[in-house]
Design a protein around this ligand. Structure first.
Ligand code: SF4
Ligand code: SF4
Length: 225
């Protein structure tokens, strides 16, 4: 085969590879010059915890190896809130695998994750992606990463406060606390009467028996929040 034909074939292969990878991660980061790599390394310095990388940190918190994920995309295909996310859930894993911590930690995706576990039960590698998202959120908070939609963080805090105080979710308390934090008093207010009439909103909380244990869990883990 002539040299020209070889070059054409190589160009086509690269084009096809890029097309195939378009829905996952671009091949481009692998082709960066060493100068660009150094720049990227500097940018990511902020995202290293105690000299360890974020991938190890996540593995330690979730008791699973981040490299388990082989990017089949089944999780993202079944995610009910994928449409609203800036990057697909499997891409967040890929960014962490490749050391692109900034992209992963600054993404809105972990904050929009509803923790429904659909991805975790679908994963052929039994990688618990919902748990992974929890760890990404924790690390983002600890590192002071700016959350693009700050109301999401307020919602998370309001939700966790209900669990801490009542041992389970208490919707009225959640809504009240969230509205106090955001001062967005009228958002979704028209859906409240319908929910109340259908028994979806209890005026009083149903506390669990041993709330002390729940509070002690929050106390023990508060250093990581
Ligand atoms: S389903 Fe599992 S292996 Fe496949 S991309 Fe998602 S996390 Fe990775
Ligand atoms: S746990 Fe999060 S990432 Fe997984 S399917 Fe549910 S919403 Fe999507």
């Amino acid at each position: 085969m002539s040299r020209k034909a070889d070059e054409i074939m190589a160009a086509d292969t690269l084009k096809d590879a890029k097309k195939l990878q378009a829905s996952f991660i671009s091949t481009e980061p692998f082709q960066e010059s060493s100068k660009e790599k150094e720049k990227e390394k500097d940018n990511n310095k902020l995202f290293h915890i105690h000299e360890r990388n974020v991938s190890d940190e996540i593995s330690e918190r979730t008791f699973q190896d981040v490299s388990l994920c082989y990017q089949c995309g089944k999780c993202s295909a079944g995610c009910p809130v994928r449409y609203y996310m800036d990057i697909a859930p499997n891409k967040v894993v890929r960014f962490i695998q490749l050391g692109y911590y900034e992209e992963a930690l600054k993404s809105e995706t972990p904050w929009l994750c509803a923790g429904c576990l659909a991805c975790s039960v679908r994963c052929p590698k039994e990688f618990d992606l919902a748990k992974f998202m929890d760890a990404v959120r924790e690390i983002a908070i600890e590192k002071g990463v700016e959350i693009k939609q700050e109301n999401i963080l307020k919602f998370h805090k309001a939700f966790l406060d209900q669990i801490k105080n009542h041992g389970r979710s208490y919707e009225v308390g959640l809504v009240a606390e969230y509205k106090m934090k955001t001062l967005d008093l009228f958002q979704d207010v028209d859906s409240a009467p319908g929910m109340f009439l259908k028994g979806k909103l209890d005026l009083l909380p149903h506390n669990i028996k041993n709330r002390k244990e729940i509070k002690s869990i929050f106390k023990k883990t508060s250093g990581k929040k």
